[in-house]
Design a protein around this ligand. Sequence first.
Ligand code: FES
Ligand SMILES: [Fe+2]
Length: 326
Amino acid sequence: MLSSKAMRTHWQVVASSTDVSPGPLGVRLLGDDYVIWRGPEGDLVAAPDRCPHREAPLSAGTVEDGCLSCVYHGWTFAGGGRCSDVPSADEGVPIPPKANLSTIGVTEKYGLVWLCPAEPSAPIPEMSVDSDPSFRRINTGVAVWKVSAPRMVDNFLDISHFPYVHVGTFGGAQDSNVPPIELVDLDDGYHGYRYEVVAKNPEEAQKTSGSAESVVERVMTTGFHLPLAVRSTIAYETGLVHIILLLATPIDEVTSYFTFVIWRNDDFDVPAEDVIQFDRAIGEEDRVMLERLSGELPMERTALVSVRADKASVEWRRRFAGLLEA
Ligand code: FES
Ligand SMILES: [Fe+2]
């Protein structure tokens, strides 16, 4: 995965927008360290986390008025990564052009910070619900999981683990048999399947589901967007729609950032933290399970035994392997 140049041409989440103001923030993507800070105009700047002078980590520096100063000899970098001050140099002596930082692509969308180290080959996955005023968006923070990112996507597309891994949350009421999965193109460019789930609705879940019944029916879709995004939509009988975007970003081959974003058309009364509490508990169940798996997800088609219920994961893995080779 790290050796694939293609991975560097896709936007990937490394932080929440609120993590960077004003910065500097150090992050790691595909085995490389980057610094991110908010420049003089409020736009983010991202560059390798290495000062061009003596390679001090720029993320250990300080930001003032949108300019990042290196902690070692005080060289200062302004908007666009331009080196604006070398304190040790005589006044009037021009700053060498190589002192400017080689910035990389950085942008903010859905309350998240996305990096793209090379020329982007595709836009950030679309979430058209983000512009629908009847939905609110809830961000949940970015965590680090000791799991290979492809293993996370494989898990997010899989429903046959629900009655086992999620027995402590919503999984207890579900039949372990998975009905045939029919893969279709969903809206916004996601590819996946529709299904119905009978979910346990314990008290902790009732603020999320908006129902006081002990069991609720959910009509769901789950689909992927290359390389590593999965979207699940949950429609309840009450008309409540709860949409989750799950994102895995490779820090390196076996460590990843994880975040999820929620959009829902509720009456906005229940505090955001109460709404996401149940989803957080579900995510924790996945993390604990996945951190038990070691190493990378094998990419060769025949390396793992799959059954009918794994259809979506298998199709994503086939397309993801193609992307890595491209
Ligand atoms: S290493 Fe950054 S200013 Fe010297
Ligand atoms: Fe899960």
